[in-house]
Design a protein around this ligand. Structure first.
Ligand code: ATP
Ligand code: MG
Length: 422
């Protein structure tokens, strides 16, 4: 037997209703915010992620699935979707659309990580991207999309953490302050943070190593180093969140895993699903489009992990609707009955009714058992007796009541789309 690759998961036919439910809610929420779906390829040129995600990130340094294709091109399975959306925005000429351009996506991402609860090598993200507006209302709107989505699903106990990591101007000064603080602590920190100290000291704040977390607690706060524009922007974002009655906390240690963020960053964190508690992360990335070779365009968005969300739904005991059961099951005996039932089933299904027939030549008794197991609401029996008397029996499986219906009448109602069994 060939096993599933490490860090990947099947969605079984028993569980797929959960994904479909979540996807339906995503589409509903997107509609109320006028977000339009964008779909981009699962793989892109490696350079896109080197530039769009940044070569000081764990994603680019350690986690990418990169290979040469048969044409000797370096290709990477997308570790996230924002860079692909940025590429598509530039390449597809979307800059000439009506602004702001509000988009959302749902798709698989690939990262070579150590698989554990909430951390897979193939996982799925729902994300949104709003292009073309610098306004703090956009940052706040993006956060309310995620909040609205979680509330619609019945998720509670999430903490919304926000921060501002400023712009390249204020960050320059902050980097110096960070370096001054970390320098005497470096020997007590992990090896990677030693490298981060040289390449991008902000990354140190994102380290998961316990020693580094302890030292990080006393690091200078970016919020004390914001320039006036970034400071005012952050104040306004907070005021719009307050206007939405959205509870949030300010956490100056949130820096996000990707290099392209500017100003607002935020996370939705749960205490209920273990160490991988960040379900959704996002922020503003005004530098991305220019970095990818387009005209400077402000942008803000988030990425939300669907596997972690499903863990969260389970931990909150959210009852996910299972979808509709079979309405009519045709229990049949003999060739003529099977052919008649097959014709009725085809007609009813084309009218959108949920209908099942026997595919296993079971006895009447076991066909009823089967109908019961699939929660069929009604069973219509057709055997030799029914064909001879030209009257069918309809059993209501909920209250076990039975009624007869003449075959000609049943047939007429069935083919004319008028069959009512209630
Ligand atoms: P983490 O700090 O947990 O590694 P991240 O900062 O790398 O997360 P992002 O790149 O912001 O995560 O991705 C957005 C969301 O995608 C995360 O909040 C999480 O819900 C989900 N996610 C990220 N990596 C994985 C993974 N390997 N497996 C499952 N979900 C993931
Ligand atoms: Mg990560």
């Amino acid at each position: 037997m060939i096993n599933i690759p490490k860090g990947t998961k099947d969605v079984s036919p028993i569980d797929s209703y959960k994904w479909q439910y979540v996807e339906n809610v995503i589409n509903e929420v997107a509609k109320t915010f006028s977000l339009k779906e964008i779909r981009t390829p699962t793989f892109e040129h490696t350079d896109l992620f080197l530039r769009g995600v940044g070569n000081t990130t764990d994603i680019v340094n350690k986690e990418m699935y990169t290979f040469l294709d048969k044409g000797n091109r370096s290709i990477t399975l997308r570790p996230e979707i924002t860079a692909g959306v940025g590429r598509s925005y530039i390449e597809g000429g979307l800059a000439s659309s009506l602004m702001p351009l509000k988009m959302y996506y749902v798709g698989s991402c690939f990262r070579y990580e150590k698989p554990q609860a909430g951390r897979l090598r193939e996982f799925h993200q729902f994300g949104i991207e709003i292009y073309g507006s610098k306004s703090p209302t956009c940052d706040a709107e993006v956060i309310t999309v995620a909040d609205n989505f979680f509330k619609k699903l019945g998720v509670s106990n999430l903490q919304v953490k926000i921060n501002s990591i400023g712009c390249p101007i204020c960050r320059k000064e902050y980097h110096l302050a960070l370096k001054e603080f970390f320098k005497p602590n470096l020997e007590n920190m992990c090896k990677t943070c030693g490298e981060r100290f040289e390449t991008n000291p902000l990354r140190i704040l994102d380290c998961k190593d316990e020693k580094c977390i302890a030292i990080n607690k006393n690091a200078p706060s970016i919020l004390d180093h914001l320039c006036t524009e970034c400071h005012d922007h952050f104040e306004e974002v907070k005021s719009y969140l307050t206007a939405s009655k959205l509870d949030f906390v300010i956490d100056p240690r949130i820096v996000r895993g990707l290099d392209y963020y500017t100003k607002t960053v935020f996370e939705f964190v749960s205490m209920n699903i273990g160490a991988q508690g960040t379900v959704c992360g996002g922020g503003r990335y005004d530098g991305l489009v220019e970095e990818l070779g387009g005209k400077a365009t402000p942008a803000v968005g988030f990425g939300l992990g669907i596997e972690r969300l499903l863990m969260l739904l389970e931990s909150c005991n959210v009852d996910i609707p299972k979808g509709d059961d079979c309405e009519i099951y045709f229990a049949t005996m003999g060739e003529t009955a099977k052919h008649k039932a097959f014709g009725y089933a085809t007609a009813l299904r084309s009218q959108g009714r949920i209908v099942e027939i026997d595919h296993s030549d079971r006895s009447f008794k076991s066909q009823f058992k089967y109908a019961n197991k699939i929660n069929a609401k009604y069973v219509v029996s057709i055997g030799d007796n029914e064909l001879e008397s030209m009257v069918f029996k309809i059993k209501n499986m909920q209250d076990s009541s039975e009624k007869d219906i003449p075959m000609a009448e049943f047939e007429k109602l069935c083919f004319e789309g008028l069959l009512r069994l209630e």
